[in-house]
Design a binder for this molecule. Structure first.
Ligand SMILES: [Mn+2]
Length: 422
């Protein structure tokens, strides 16, 4: 007996803000959640699995129109025609109260009730599936005690949308503990909700968050996909993760230490980018890049803002053997100045470094300085202009201070012609 376990499909999840990125592959990004579901169906057909389990958040929210539901239904029919059974629970995003539009149900696709937990006994497969859907977006109680007892002589699977004991970045819904799951007496817990894959417990019972099927933004990085599990004689004999995403997100730090020209930067990036895509050439790679390190490129950027991002874009144009899109280039560069030596200098450079040291080592001064800088920026974008400077953490302020120092020093070095090693 073989089954697939997936969760958090978020089909047709809206991707906000894409229009602000020039050259963004908008159509490919928008269709990625559908393409990943189609890839899941193809895997199920190829592997001739018996069951597909979907552990909630199939939809991101109420459908904008019926096309979202019709697309999902069409994919379920492909499974149905191959005799594959589907079991699903609704999660917080697609809770019963959230999805107001309805379509005729598909025979062979079992949607667990939101009002009571149920068990489905599949005698021919030697499997029992237990589950319960979310009635509302917020489910504060532990649902596990309400799940039925295991059926004797069956491989018992619990299908559950839960934050478990809490996971960073995820709202605490249907919280429960590993201990509670273990005490239930099931063989496998097919969990959903947490978008990062996690094998919570490898066996007795096996407890898995498969992660989402397709990353939706730069914070959902790396391979995304489903679990493919084989059970023989009531025992798991194979379990593997199968990547299915069509767009892979990356957050990538490029070390620019010691690089002294945009050509060097471009060459360095091309080498790293080729490695990044090497094990998955057949998909789009979306990259959020942080360029860091001590480099005179900082001075170039201060003199000609946008230089580094443009050099990276240019390098990407040269990469005709990789399907790569740079979502964003962030900078975390330092000027290669010897600050200790500079602090002893009698000139303007020494004065700047001493002033920055004084501000940076006194949190009160640092906060006051930061608030003043923000107040002086008249043309901040709306959301940022309304942000409270007190909410920024001290480390973020220090990065901002170091950036200001480097900018001032870059300008000064043009006047004094010393302090830079170029
Ligand atoms: Mn969820």
């Amino acid at each position: 007996m073989k089954f697939i376990h997936a969760a958090d499909l978020h089909v047709d999840s809206p991707l906000r803000g894409l229009d602000s990125y020039e050259g963004a592959p908008v159509a490919r990004l928008r269709s990625a959640s559908r393409q990943a579901l189609m890839a899941l169906v193809e895997l199920a057909l190829e592997q001739s699995v018996d069951i597909v389990l979907l552990a909630g958040d199939i939809y991101d929210g109420n459908w904008a129109d019926f096309r979202t539901g019709l697309f999902f239904r069409e994919q379920m029919l492909r499974l149905r025609r191959a005799g594959i059974l589907v079991f699903l629970v609704k999660g917080n995003h697609d809770a019963e109260s959230q999805i107001t539009k309805q379509l005729p149900e598909v025979e062979g696709v079992h949607v667990f009730s939101a009002h009571k937990s149920e068990s489905i006994d599949l005698e021919a497969l030697g499997v029992a599936v237990h589950g319960r859907s979310f009635p509302h977006r917020a489910v504060p109680e532990d649902l596990v005690p309400l799940y039925p007892d295991p059926l004797p002589g069956r491989f018992n699977i619990g299908l559950l949308h839960t934050s478990l004991t809490g996971r960073e970045g995820h709202d605490p819904y249907a919280p429960t503990s590993v201990e509670a799951l273990c005490n239930k007496g099931y063989d496998y817990f097919a969990l959903g909700h947490v978008h990062a894959r996690e094998v919570v417990r490898p066996s007795d019972p096996r407890i898995v968050f498969p992660g989402n099927l397709q990353g939706r933004h730069a914070k959902e990085t790396g391979p995304k996909g489903c679990e493919l599990v084989t059970v023989e004689g009531g025992v798991i004999t194979a379990a593997e993760f199968v990547p299915l995403e069509v767009v892979r997100w990356h957050q990538f730090r490029l070390d620019a230490s010691g690089l002294s020209s945009v050509d060097e930067l471009a060459r360095h990036f091309v080498g790293q980018a080729r490695e990044l895509v090497a094990d998955a050439r057949d998909r789009l790679h979306a990259v959020r890049l942080v360029v860091h390190g001590e480099s005179v490129l900082h001075r170039l950027e201060a003199e000609q803002p946008g230089s580094i991002a443009a050099a990276i874009q240019a390098a990407t144009q040269d990469l005709d053997d990789a399907d790569l899109w740079i979502e964003q280039v962030r900078l975390d560069l330092q000027s290669p100045l010897d600050r200790t030596a500079a602090a002893g200098r009698a000139d303007a450079v020494g004065e700047v470094v001493r002033l920055v040291d004084a501000i940076g080592t006194d949190q009160g001064q640092l906060k006051a300085w930061f608030a003043q800088q923000v107040a002086e920026m008249k043309d901040l974008p709306g959301a940022l202009a309304d942000a409270d400077p007190a909410l920024f953490d001290v480390d973020a302020m220090r990065v901002f201070l170091a950036d200001a120092e480097a900018t001032v020093l870059a300008q000064l070095s043009g006047v004094t012609a010393e302090g830079e090693t170029q």
